[in-house]
Design a protein around this ligand. Sequence first.
Ligand code: BEZ
Ligand code: FE
Length: 289
Amino acid sequence: MRTVTKDNITDVFMNYLAEDTDPRMREIMGALVKHLHDFARETNLTHDEWRAGIAFLEGCAAIESEDRHEFILASDVLGLSSLVDMLHSRPEATSSSVLGPFHVSGAPPLAVGGDMKRDYGGALLLAQGVIKDTDGNPIPGAELDIWQTAPNGLYASQDADQDTYSFHALMTVGDDGRYAFTTVKPVEYTVPSDGPVGDILRACGRHPWRPSHLHYIVKAPGYRSLVTEIFPDDDPYLDEDTVFGVRSDLVMTYVERPAADFPAGMALSGTVTEPFLRVEFDVTLSRDS
Ligand code: BEZ
Ligand code: FE
């Protein structure tokens, strides 16, 4: 095509793709470029605005590292990560939610009934439930990877005062599919906002807060692995999570119980002297097919 115009440039792009381009690549690149071109036409994008966009991408690249995933954070606050999650979630299973950048592999094993709170302050929370299949049967031997922030709102990798694996644990459930652990009541916290993504949030008048949550990855042979989070129903940010992670079936209720109701068979049994919070949250996995 000799004469490229603002109206035909999208078609010209498609014609540039080789005949034998993989069909899915053709579909994705075609749609991506069509939407990019339409976006520029629709907004009458100026050179300065185009440069600002490029500077944003360069700013993300400049601080991207093992511990800082600014591009993923950008995807998170734009709602893209959550949209991709929802496109592929299974209605018969517990909803998935964003992984976030703070999961670490190699978390230490924690027996069912174990304690993650240790000497940290904050309210004591007993979290428990059953890992089950879509018929409601427990899944023996399912593995639950758990992580959350300390009461200061920081993950262990963000905080030199915490051990590498504080508030990270890996639990294998028994034949009854039940998991149980004690921890500190999660707190709301802000996503990192000292980089280009923070600039975008501020430019849009948005806050960087996430509602408090526990992260779970649940795995079992023969089942589709689930990356999810659970959120208390009284959190002030529940309806305005900056990364769009909340789904209605992931909302739980804390019930306050007197110390005398603390159950037997837990690592902290016999030592709890104050009222504690309890939450029961079952997780349903779908078959891996
Ligand atoms: C998190 O929940 O750990 C998280 C998710 C998305 C972006 C930043 C943090
Ligand atoms: Fe988190």
